[in-house]
Ligand binder design. Structure first.
Ligand code: NAD
Length: 513
């Protein structure tokens, strides 16, 4: 299978500087005090550390036509116990020690022929070192908060940008947190579940001195999930006398171990609420509109499911490995079942036969009213922005639109729901999880969803009012203290809301010396 593509960046600038452009625009607009600007312009702390772990041997497929294969043409096939071999999404197999001990494996010069699978070379395991990061951007409003990303394309620059985005997002969501982000440079699909557990435990071993339930609270992001959060929780709390009091150190946990009902779907749900409001503001309904979604992980798949439940039609889905398309509508539930199949190791939409496979770049040409980027940053560049047929880009991913593309969207009159409100549902529900852990409570899913809806829609309308220079007070929100006296782009409006809320803390509390 081919390597998943990673979007290339459009600009020469580093990611952090680029991501701060909207900050500077909004800061100028509201006349942000110079010292507050200095505080926010750079992260509070940039932590870089290393995580070592042991990995098992791998079996790497060798083509029969490869020069090294000739000497092994007579190597008889082996049939090891299935449990001794763990398939990886990369096509390699993990060779567990029990497979060697079973004696069922005929090895010659590190080569083995597996029945039905062909010749393989043993790649010896051993110890590896991975680079870890945690950037803590700002904590004026509360403990640092932000996800952990396990991905091969991460860097300090990227985490600086994503941590700052969390500062803006927690302020926009009006939850009492600051901003942070971190993770590991690695491809989780290259490791077995056991190895991932060990890596996560060791990662927390290094991270523990830097975080805490009232200091910095990680959550899942790309490449991490509730399983990883459970391992992190165990490593953090094991052996602590008051360990149950520490459960709020990570959010995004499984509901059975202190996670919140509704958290898993909260980011996609928040995005769907914003899209619903966008149409409602225009006197229209989401129902009957078509959408395309890039990324079919946590955010993309849930947003798709909920948009379909609202009556919209999903016409194309793209993930890291491929794109599927059906102008008559993709059955999102069936596609999710395909992705979740145990033998679908890459958890990919590729191979879904009930829709047509199309090329990577053709995705952006698909006719639809809504485009939902819910994968990685820099997905929409100026060339793709020129081609989009939609009238609304609803950002589920973090920073999916390059500034150049943003300008193209504005020129083409394509509306945007910016990421810092579009995907704020996740951190909002994380806050509910954190409160429940602190109070040892368990809220129903209905309660979580009701609170989430009120919060997201209220903050969404505040941003729209700032954008349209429409000071007003309704039952759900009061924008009178936030408008800036003229209309501004919606992305700037979101930043104005964030900065005004953060500014209040500095203005009222002052600076300790
Ligand atoms: P995930 O790991 O569950 O899913 C990521 C999806 O993106 C997968 O389908 C993957 O195949 C796809 N993808 C990866 N690279 C791609 C590429 N180059 N082209 C097309 N598709 C690609 O991740 P997630 O939790 O759904 O997060 C997606 C985005 O949403 C990220 O930008 C993340 O930072 C953001 N986000 C997530 C949450 C959350 O609660 N999970 C909250 C806020 C923001």
């Amino acid at each position: 299978m081919s390597e998943p593509h990673i979007p290339t960046r459009e600009s020469e600038k580093n990611i952090f500087d680029e991501s701060m452009e909207v900050f500077h625009t909004a800061a100028d607009l509201i006349g942000l005090a110079p010292r507050i600007r200095l505080e926010l312009e750079q992260p509070d702390y940039e932590h870089i550390f290393y995580v070592t772990t042991r990995i098992d041997d791998r079996l790497v497929p060798v083509q029969d036509t490869a020069p090294e294969a000739a000497a092994f043409a007579d190597l008889p096939a082996s049939t090891p116990e299935r449990a001794g071999l763990v398939p990886l999404a990369s096509g390699k197999l993990i060779l567990r020690p029990e497979a060697l001990r079973s004696g069922a494996l005929l090895v010659r010069d590190r080569m083995v022929r597996l029945a039905g699978k062909g010749l393989h070379r043993i790649e010896p395991g051993g110890y590896v070192r991975l680079k870890g990061y945690r950037v803590q951007h700002n904590q004026a409003r509360g403990p640092y908060k932000g996800g952990l990303r396990f991905h091969k394309a991460v860097s300090l620059d990227l985490f600086n940008a994503l941590a700052a985005e969390m500062t803006w997002k927690t302020a926009i969501a009006d939850v009492p947190f600051g901003g942070a982000k971190g993770g590991l440079r690695m491809d989780p699909r290259e490791y077995s579940r056991d190895e991932l557990e060990n890596i996560s435990l060791r990662f927390m071993y290094r991270l523990k001195p830097l975080i805490g339930p009232n200091i910095d609270i990680p959550a899942p992001d790309v490449g991490t999930n509730g399983d990883v959060m459970a391992w992190l929780l165990r490593q953090y709390t094991d052996g602590e006398r008051e360990r149950h009091d520490l459960r709020s150190v990570v959010t995004g946990k499984d509901v059975r171990i202190g996670g919140s009902e509704g958290r898993v779907k909260a980011t996609g749900r928040g995005l769907a609420f914003c899209i619903e409001e966008w149409f409602k503001d225009r006197g229209e309904s989401v129902a009957g509109n078509r959408f395309i979604v890039q990324g079919f992980g946590n955010v993309g798949s849930v947003a798709a499911e909920l948009l379909v439940a609202m009556g919209a039609k999903c016409v194309a889905v793209q993930d890291a490995d491929g794109t599927v398309y059906d102008p008559n509508g993709i059955d999102v539930a069936k596609l999710a079942a395909h992705v979740d199949r145990p033998d679908n190791l890459r958890r990919s939409v590729v191979g879904y036969t009930e829709a047509q496979a199309i090329g990577l770049r053709d995705f952006w040409d698909v006719d639809a009213e809504i485009c939902v980027p819910a994968a990685l940053g820099d997905a929409i560049r100026s060339d793709t922005a020129e081609r989009l047929k939609c009238k609304l880009v609803a950002e589920g991913a973090n920073r999916p639109t390059s500034p150049e593309a943003d300008a193209v969207l504005a020129r083409r009159n394509i509306a945007v729901i910016p990421d810092i409100i579009g995907n704020a549902g996740g951190v909002t529900a994380s806050y509910y999880e954190w409160i429940q852990n602190k109070r040892m409570e368990h809220w129903s899913e209905a309660e979580v969803n009701t609170r989430l809806e009120r919060a997201i829609k209220g903050n969404y309308h505040l941003i729209q009012d700032i954008a349209k220079n429409r000071p007003r007070r309704t039952e759900g929100h009061d924008s009178r203290g936030f408008v800036v006296g003229r209309e501004v782009p919606v992305r700037v409006a979101a930043m104005v809301l964030a900065l005004k809320r953060i500014e209040a803390h500095y203005m009222l509390e002052g600076f300790s010396q």
